[in-house]
Design a binder for this molecule. Structure first.
Ligand SMILES: [Zn+2]
Ligand SMILES: [Zn+2]
Ligand SMILES: [Zn+2]
Ligand SMILES: [Zn+2]
Length: 309
């Protein structure tokens, strides 16, 4: 136990100036078992100074564990909680059951103001540091924030960076992967009259070292049943804009073509669909392109992706 006792003593001595009232306990090296006082010895922080992570813990609402923002409340015994939780606990401190009242914890709000913290997506590559109160806003738009799984037609809660999502699409959704910047895709469906709000298997294209999702779906546009094909880019919008794509569908000497700019997967596939930013084929036309007796949908969609100079 001797080394521990010594560490306590040294740290306490070093912090004499800022914590003068603890001097009494440092009079003799014989006091070996006195537990170090909280706030004097902290992990990783400077002796005598609470570490930033310690302060950060103080700013975590003890009830919901999320970061607290003004107004931060406290009970008459000093237990803090966030304003969301305050509204839910019926004026009763969740920690000591004391009547909560309406006490702001201005000191903690001020401490928060003085903090600078790394973005929560540091491990994903963001190295920016932010004042506590603007960190949250940044994180909502941080370009390193994880992407949601672009697979449509099922509720999927997976999120992550692009390489993770690419393997997730391949392994868990069994998505077709294609290399190259041109494609030629067939969509076949028997009894197309029944198709509504259907999502076909997503296809992922790998070109220019990036990935693109080709969506094809059936839905009701106003009164008219339509099919729609569009491309989304697996990355942010500013990069998506550097690409162009074209889609073509037709038969018997007629064809429809579409030229567009892929949308970032930050935009949900539903949002892109509803903005009609893609190749839209009326069902009648689709059945005409399918040939046969209109009992089967058989569309061949060709396309190309290129980089704008
Ligand atoms: Zn809370
Ligand atoms: Zn309390
Ligand atoms: Zn960030
Ligand atoms: Zn998924």
């Amino acid at each position: 136990m001797a080394p521990i006792g010594r560490i306590c003593k040294e740290d306490i001595l070093e912090s004499q100036s800022s914590f003068a009232k603890y001097d009494i306990s440092t009079g003799s090296a014989e006091i070996k078992t006195a537990p170090p006082s909280k706030g004097i010895i902290t992990n990783g922080g400077k002796p005598g100074m609470p570490s930033t992570s310690g302060v950060h813990e103080l700013l975590e609402c003890p009830v919901c564990m999320s970061s607290m923002f003004p107004p931060i409340h406290q009970c008459p015994n000093g237990h803090t909680l966030c304003s969301n939780c305050k509204a839910r606990v019926h004026n009763c401190c969740p920690t000591c059951r004391y009547e909560l009242g309406n006490i702001r914890c201005l000191a903690l709000e001020k401490v928060a103001e003085s903090l600078e913290l790394p973005c929560r997506y540091q491990s994903l590559g963001c190295h920016d540091i932010f004042p506590y109160y603007s960190k949250l806003k940044h994180e909502q738009h941080c370009r390193f924030r994880p992407y949601d799984c672009p697979y449509a037609g099922s509720e999927c809660s997976v999120s992550g960076d692009i390489p993770l999502l690419v393997s997730h699409l391949k392994d868990d959704h069994k998505v077709d992967m294609h290399d190259g910047c041109t494609f030629n895709h067939r969509y076949v469906k028997s009894n197309p009259q029944e198709v509504e709000n259907a999502t076909w298997m997503l296809t992922v294209f790998n070109c220019f070292g990036r990935q693109f999702c080709l969506h094809f779906e059936a839905f009701q546009l106003g009164m008219a049943p339509v099919y729609m094909a569009f491309l989304r880019f697996m990355g942010d919008d500013d990069e998506a804009k550097k690409f162009c794509y074209s889609l073509e569908v037709g038969a018997n000497g007629r064809k429809l073509t579409w030229q567009g700019v892929p949308r970032s997967i930050r935009d949900s596939h539903r949002k892109v669909r509803d903005s009609q930013d893609g190749l839209i084929i009326q069902r009648n036309m689709a059945l005409f392109f399918s040939g046969g007796d209109r009992q089967e949908l058989k569309l061949r969609v060709t396309g190309r992706i290129w980089k704008e100079q």
